[in-house]
Ligand binder design. Structure first.
Ligand code: PRE
Length: 302
């Protein structure tokens, strides 16, 4: 049975995502995102589940950096979870002076804390569940956690359904070493990371290759290439699957323009949204045009 490492400890949002992405599989918590990815690279796990993007706080930097560096890992599936929090406290009816959680979680409840726990100091923990562990140990007064955390860390509940932005969501990836791609579904996402050259227009050229082929971006993030001040990697997600002619054509063009391109996966979108295809950008347009060139080369038409 495949073994799945996930960003833990038990009771994180990531564990919930892993249970949905790999039902019935053996799940092992890792303390950090990089430890979850390392477990796959070392062969201790077959796949890892990690958060990648939140609708309020944006990209999860540790995941982007972890996928761009070291041996390649490829996303084969994604999950989208609604994010609202439960606030657990050390002691019922006691004053709350410190509130711990993952920085992404704290950013999503900033206003709630200002209104409900004025003056409380926020403290970054490695994950929402790690914050609950720290509260159990008596290190902090409260933890902002996933709703499932209370099942693992039976602390008094101060509030449930906490979220500054009601429709907040986090997207999670299941990543594994390169292998056969998941089959295209018609509602897929492809991800790459490219270290564009440091010259005028280099990023615009990459994006134009996608725009020319009518490919809609779903995310664009920049992360610094460490040790090279001012140099960035660009994480580009777009609609479509690598096996589609229009996407394969675009990814080949990106590779031609920038040999520092890494493929990060093509997999079904969790929201099932299919792309709107621009005029002349359908796969049949690409294959039809290539067939015509082939016929011209054979001297059969002009
Ligand atoms: O700490 C957790 O529970 C996580 O799974 C991490 C994480 C994140 O990285 O964004 C996941 C979802 C929430 O947005 C808050 C924290």
């Amino acid at each position: 049975m495949p073994r799945i490492a996930y960003f833990g400890p038990q009771g994180t949002f990531t564990e919930q995502a892993a249970r949905r992405l790999a039902p019935g599989h053996e799940l092992t918590p890792a303390e950090t995102i990089s430890a979850a990815l390392a477990a796959v690279r070392k062969g201790e796990a077959d796949a890892a589940c990690v958060p990648v993007e939140n609708s309020v706080e944006g990209a999860v930097a540790a995941t982007l950096d972890g996928l761009a560096e070291e041996d390649p890992l490829v996303a084969v599936a994604e999950e989208l979870l609604p994010v609202h929090f439960t606030v657990l406290v050390r002691e019922e009816n006691a004053p709350v002076r410190t509130v711990a959680s993952h920085p992404h979680a704290l950013a999503q409840v900033r206003h709630w804390i200002e209104r409900n726990l004025p003056g409380a100091q926020t403290v970054a923990a490695s994950s929402t569940a790690a914050a609950a562990v720290a509260v159990q140990r008596g290190e902090y007064d409260a933890a902002v956690t996933a709703p499932v955390a209370v099942e693992h860390y039976p602390l008094p509940v101060l509030a449930t359904g906490v979220a500054d932005v009601p429709d907040a969501r986090t997207r999670f990836l299941l990543v594994q070493p390169p292998g056969p791609l998941p089959a295209p579904t018609g509602a897929d996402r492809t991800s790459i990371v490219a270290a564009a050259e440091n010259r005028t227009g280099a990023l615009a050229e990459l994006l134009t290759e996608l725009a020319f082929r009518g490919i809609n971006l779903t995310r664009l993030d920049a992360r610094p290439i460490k040790g090279n001040f001012g140099l960035y990697r660009f994480f580009i997600d777009f609609e479509g699957h690598l096996t589609e002619p229009r996407i394969g054509d675009a990814v080949a063009a990106l590779r031609r323009r920038c040999n520092n391109v890494r493929f990060l996966g093509s997999h079904p979108r969790a929201d099932g949204v299919a792309p709107t295809i621009a005029p002349s950008a359908a796969n049949e347009d690409f294959t039809g045009a290539a067939d015509w060139v082939a016929a011209v080369r054979r001297g059969e038409t002009a």
